[in-house]
Design a protein around this ligand. Structure first.
Ligand SMILES: [Zn+2]
Length: 94
């Protein structure tokens, strides 16, 4: 009984190994992967308070979607008389 069980097991193993998984292509040594494009920065303005934020600022979560206005650059927001958020400081670093 055990012997036949072993035989079945061996047959299963052989059956599995007869279809080997394709080898993943080895990464060429010394090649540099192309840098991903920089993420597009978006600034979120609060229409009701006239304050704009960096995307991801925790303050943005409390802005109603209907009050959100998107800017592609801080200058755009400043031109629209929006002021910087003191929490995320959208102009810091640029
Ligand atoms: Zn903010």
């Amino acid at each position: 009984m055990i012997r036949s069980f072993c035989l079945v097991l061996i047959l299963m193993l052989v059956g599995c190994s007869s279809t080997p998984a394709p080898e993943p292509d080895p990464l060429p040594v010394g090649s540099t992967e192309p840098a991903p494009p920089p993420p597009r920065r978006v600034y979120i303005g609060d229409v009701s308070t006239k304050v704009f934020h960096r995307e991801g600022c925790p303050e943005c979560e409390s802005i109603d979607l209907s009050n959100q206005r998107l800017f592609e650059t801080p200058g755009e927001a400043l031109d629209g008389d929006y002021s910087r958020c003191p929490v995320c400081e959208p102009l810091r670093g640029w």
